[in-house]
Design a protein around this ligand. Structure first.
Ligand code: B12
Length: 328
C-alpha cells in the first residue's frame, strides 16, 4: 500500500483530488448481510460478496452526478470517488454526519450500524455543511478484544500490517508465521471487529432485491478446496466482477491453504502437497505450514525444503518441519 505514502500530500486535502474543491458530498452504502462462507467453512468479508463495490457504487455515483448536473451543478466542477481515491473518506464522512469514528477505526452510523462503504462527490461549489454525527463507542472494547492478531492496538489505532484485511488481500508472498493460525477460516478480509460491534443490532439486510448485492456465483459454487485448486482459466472465467480479485489468484490460494490447515481439513492433504511445487512462494510456504498443522506426511515438505532455492523460504519450510503437528 505504498500508494498511501506516495500520495500523502495529496490525501491531506480534498483539493489534491479536485483542484479548487470547496465541498464534499459524502455517501454511505449499507451492505449489512449475514456472514459469508464457502462450502467447507471458509469466511470472506461481507463487503466483497456481491458485485465489485467499486463498480456497483461507481454506477450509482455516475447517475447521481447526472442528476446533480441536471439540477444545475457544473459537470467540470464535480468529481466522484470510491475507496481507491486520495481522500480521507472516513474523516470526510464523519464531518458530514454519516457516522462517528469507532474504536475499530471505521465510521459507524448510530442507526444503521458498522457495515457501511463510503464514497464521495467533490464539487467546486460552496454547499452548506451538515453537522457531525452524534454517537460514540463509549467504553466498549469489543473490537479490540476480538481482533485475532491484535491489530487494533488502542481505540482508533489500527496497525494495518497486522490486520487480516491487509495480510489476506494486499500482502504478496508468505504471510508472517505468527499471523497464520490467527487467520482462522478467513480467506479474504475479516469482519470480526464489525461482527462484535453492539451497533450491529441496527444492521439489517436492506438490499436483498438489489442485483449488485446478490452473492457472486463463484462464492456459491466453489468449496474451500476448490479455491486451493483454482486454475488460471477458472479464475478468469468464474471470478470476474468481484472485489476478491484484488487478492490475485495466488494470494487467494495461499489464504485457502492456511484456512484448510486451520480448519483441520485432512482431505486437502494431496492438494496441499501439489502446492509445494507451485511457483508462488506465498503458496508454497502456506501449503507447508498447513501440512505441518494437519500433521500429515512430513516427507513431502522435507523434499520441498531440500529443493527450495529461496533461502528465506527454505528457513520457513524448516520451521514448519520443526513444529510438525504443533504449530498453533
Ligand atoms: C488503507 C485502507 C485499509 C488498510 C488499513 C486500514 C487502517 N485502519 O489503517 C487495511 C487493508 C488494513 C484496511 C482494512 C479494512 N478496511 Co479499509 N481502507 C483503506 C483505505 C483505502 C485508505 C485508508 C487510509 O489509510 N487513509 C490514509 C490515512 C492517513 O487516513 P485514515 O486512515 O482515513 O484516517 C485518518 C483521518 O481520516 C482521521 N480520521 C479517521 N476517521 C475520522 C473521523 C473523523 C470524524 C475525523 C475528524 C477524523 C477521522 O484520523 C486518521 C489518522 O490520521 C480506505 C479508503 C480511503 N480512501 O479512505 C479504506 C476504508 C477505510 N476501509 C474500509 C473497510 C470497510 C475496511 C474493512 C472493514 C474491510 C474488511 N472487512 O476486511 C477493514 C477494517 C479494518 C480496520 N479495523 O481498520 C472502508 C471503511 C468504511 C467505514 N464505514 O468506515 C473504507 C473507507 C473504504 C470505503 N470506501 O468504504 N483498510
Amino acid at each position: 500500500m505504498d500508494y498511501l505514502a506516495r500520495n500523502a500530500p495529496r490525501i491531506a486535502s480534498a483539493d489534491g483530488f479536485l483542484p479548487g474543491a470547496r465541498s464534499v458530498i459524502s455517501l454511505a452504502w449499507d451492505y449489512s448481510r449475514p456472514q459469508v462462507s464457502l462450502q467447507g467453512g471458509a469466511l470472506l468479508a461481507r463487503y466483497a460478496a456481491g458485485r465489485d463495490y467499486h463498480r456497483a457504487l461507481g454506477a450509482r455515483l455516475k447517475k447521481l452526478k447526472a442528476t446533480l448536473v441536471r439540477a444545475g451543478m457544473s459537470a467540470e466542477g464535480l468529481r466522484f470517488g470510491v475507496d481507491a481515491v486520495p481522500v480521507l473518506e472516513r474523516a470526510l464522512a464523519g464531518s458530514a454526519g454519516l457516522g462517528f469514528q469507532a474504536h475499530s477505526g471505521g465510521i459507524i452510523h448510530p442507526k444503521l450500524g458498522p457495515y457501511l462503504l463510503l464514497a464521495e462527490i467533490l464539487t467546486k461549489e460552496e454547499l452548506p455543511p451538515d453537522a457531525p454525527s452524534p454517537g460514540s463507542c463509549g467504553t466498549c472494547r469489543a473490537c479490540l478484544d476480538i481482533c485475532p492478531t491484535g491489530a487494533i492496538q488502542a481505540p482508533f489505532e489500527v496497525d494495518g500490517q497486522l490486520c487480516l484485511s491487509y495480510t489476506t488481500i494486499e500482502h504478496r508472498g508468505p504471510i508472517p508465521r505468527e499471523l497464520r493460525a490467527a487467520q482462522g477460516a478467513w480467506i479474504f478480509g475479516c469482519d470480526l471487529c464489525l461482527e462484535v460491534c453492539p451497533y450491529t443490532k441496527f444492521s439489517r439486510e436492506r438490499r436483498q432485491d438489489d442485483p449488485d448485492f446478490q452473492i457472486h456465483p463463484a462464492l456459491q459454487t466453489y468449496s474451500l478446496l476448490g479455491v486451493l485448486e483454482l486454475t488460471q482459466e477458472a479464475w478468469d472465467r468464474d471470478w470476474t466482477g468481484i472485489a476478491v480479485r484484488r487478492a490475485r489468484r495466488e494470494g487467494l490460494r495461499r489464504n485457502a491453504a492456511l484456512a484448510l490447515g486451520n480448519l483441520g481439513e485432512e482431505s486437502a492433504v494431496p492438494a496441499l502437497e501439489l502446492c509445494l511445487e507451485e511457483p508462488d512462494a506465498g503458496l508454497r510456504s502456506a501449503a507447508a505450514w498447513a501440512l505441518s498443522r494437519l500433521g500429515a506426511n512430513p516427507r513431502a515438505v522435507d523434499a520441498a525444503r531440500a529443493r527450495e532455492e529461496d533461502a528465506t523460504l527454505q528457513k520457513d519450510l524448516a520451521e514448519s518441519l520443526e513444529t510438525w503437528g504443533l504449530d498453533s
